[in-house]
Design a protein around this ligand. Structure first.
Ligand code: MLT
Length: 210
């Protein structure tokens, strides 16, 4: 576990000082350890910053409250997106890492999308696995040149690809460079996600990205 910041988290320095850090954001019921192996596969030498969601749903950590499956408490989404963006700034001061690329799965991808829409300066880009549009209304933001990879599962019963399509066009309209892929899978992650994310990181994971 990392030093005391505003989120319980894990930090790994990584072997490559010039690699973009990854901000790992787990799904419902996960914790700060969950996505570390995925982080290593996607960006083998990058620093990894992995917080644990603070909201508990029947004991399962999440990054924001929901009222029912697929029905989000949008006030909480906003508050938690802000809180997590502040944590990224704290980690920058504590560990000296540059602004990260988020690698989020499901609930973690949804909070990453909210950060992009509300506090875009906190992230250099994002890999959003099984994501939807987390907010019904957001102010205009400048996402010019921010690289974003979205991977949906064609038969995902929890987060159908349509929500991701809506999010992708919203991000694109504000200047982000979005690649949206629909994989032959469900809500669970597959080898195709790993391969896709790794290839995408090889193109976008270095500081040349704004
Ligand atoms: C959410 O609540 O963010 C989504 O429904 C996905 C999840 O269950 O984590």
């Amino acid at each position: 576990m990392g030093e005391k910041l505003s989120y319980i988290h894990r930090f790994e320095k990584g072997a490559a000082a010039d690699a973009r850090p990854l901000l790992l954001l787990h799904g419902t019921g996960g914790d700060e350890n969950d996505l570390v192996p995925l982080g290593h596969m996607v960006a083998p030498n990058a620093p990894l910053l992995s917080p644990r969601g603070k909201v508990l749903e029947n004991g399962m950590p999440r990054f924001f409250r929901r009222l029912a499956e697929g029905v989000f408490d949008e006030d909480d989404v906003r508050r938690r997106a802000d809180e997590l963006a502040d944590f990224i700034a704290e980690a920058h001061t504590r560990y000296g890492v540059s602004s990260p690329i988020a690698l989020g799965y499901s609930n973690g991808a949804n909070i990453a999308a909210a950060i992009l829409l509300l506090r875009p300066e906190a992230l250099a880009g994002a890999i959003l696995l099984r994501v939807t549009a987390p907010l019904s209304l957001t102010p205009p933001v400048d996402l010019t040149g921010k690289p974003i990879l979205i991977a949906s599962g064609v038969s995902d019963p929890i987060i159908p690809p349509e929500g991701a399509t809506r999010l992708a066009s919203l991000l694109q309209r504000q200047g982000a460079i979005v690649e949206h892929r629909v994989l032959p899978t469900g809500h669970e992650l597959s080898q195709a996600d790993v391969t896709l994310a790794r290839t995408w990181m090889q193109a976008h994971g270095h500081p040349a990205v704004p």
